[in-house]
Design a protein around this ligand. Sequence first.
Ligand code: XMP
Length: 510
Amino acid sequence: MQETILILDFGSQYTQLIARRLRELNVYCEIKPWNKPGELTPNIKGVILSGSPFSVRDEASPQPNLDVYRGKLPLLGVCFGAQFMANNYGGQVLPSETREYGRANLSFVNSNSTLLKDVRENSQVWMSHGDTIKKLPSTFKVICSTEDVEFAGYEIEDEQTYGIQFHPEVFHSEDGKFLLKNFIVDICKCKQDWTPDSFIDVTIEALKKQIGNDRVILGLSGGVDSSVAATLLHKAIGENLYCIFVDNGLLRKNEFEDVLASYKGLGLNVKGVDAKSNFYDALKGEADPEKKRKIIGGIFIDVFDEESKLVEDAKWLAQGTIYPDVIESVSATGGPSATIKSHHNVGGLPAYMKLKVVEPLRLLFKDEVRRVGTALGIPDFIIGRHPFPGPGLGIRILGDITAEKVRILQEVDHVFISSLKKWNLYDEVWQAGAMLLPVQTVGVMGDERTYENAVALRAVSSTDGMTADWSHLPYDFLAKVSNDIINNVKGINRVTYDISSKPPATIEWE
Ligand code: XMP
């Protein structure tokens, strides 16, 4: 069984970041709600207690039973986790009198502590807490401090138990990665053998066993997740994987043809379905964003269902669900709240299809999906592509949708995206696209007065789409793109650039 570090989640905004840091060190880990930790199997090599929005002094705060782990497995408490251990075993935690938020510098009390190997004295760490440990239990020994925090880190002699009040997982903790490595490699003795290649080997074997000779259908979207899921499955079950790629008429310019060709190049058994007119007919005259989404989702299911019926005796539906969608995160009320989303392209399939679901990527973060995809030989233009919403250009054409509006927006989007690539800016932004605005504006071209459409360009930096900043693209670039759009795309005489961040704005306009 795969060596695993168990991360008990107490609701910190940084819990997923801890997991990502461990995975970057090629050690597999799983996040579990503190009150649903699962069985303590022999493959679990150590336990990390996360931070929390709670104070250990709150009555409603999480109260894990640490005796299950303490002394039996290496234990690392981070922030709330460290404070909880100190408080629970006879120390004292009180509201801090000084500000313990932001940057601080470490001074060592015991530089021989294994946890501090390779961490530089005086290196910067990131603090983020309102409480502080005032007194340590007698067996807990301080290993490092900061100017304001006496017990920044501690260990328990003769036990592999550690606590730190700062956050090693955030970028601002300069040597945090060493500290985490010390814990998982030197203390927990993990072998660092969780790599894209090992994941691929293990997953292919598991898929072969799980699926046998059954037939599987999968809806490809052109995005990274479904492409990687399909390629893995193809390696496991070959021609028994039936991929369906639907052209909803709301994709980017040439996307359907280009992506279909590369899927075929990868050897996938894929059927491209041109359903443009089904979507345009159903969307006719509809201007409400949520209704448009529902129509697009509904027609997708109809088309997918029809196509699936042609695959006789299919038993499985494969989905590209990834780890952030399946982690049960602890909510502000302290209990686990499931944040399970359905994959946008195949979510809500009719119950009568009665297919079993297979999700080969459900344990991977997005960056890991990309690394696995590269190891599988999927071309960079699929691996590195920006996120693109399921309803596609349908929610970037403000108001009702027509084939002509789609054509105009595809041209605008194509100029913008290909220019980003040409100027080496594509990989710098997280997502980019164009919106066709339902306004006409006056312009002048040659001696003629024009009255045509305006478009808005949008490019953002983000890590997960939950928050986003508008990208500060160079003026020269924006000037050139604006010129190219107005000169080349018939029907457009004005280009604007969206300088709103999320929140309060959103990434899409609809
Ligand atoms: P917002 O506009 O909410 O977008 O800031 C956040 C991210 O989600 C994408 N998005 C969607 N994806 N179906 C999808 O599959 C949708 O209906 C949808 N709406 C927004 C958006 O492109 C961005 O990446």
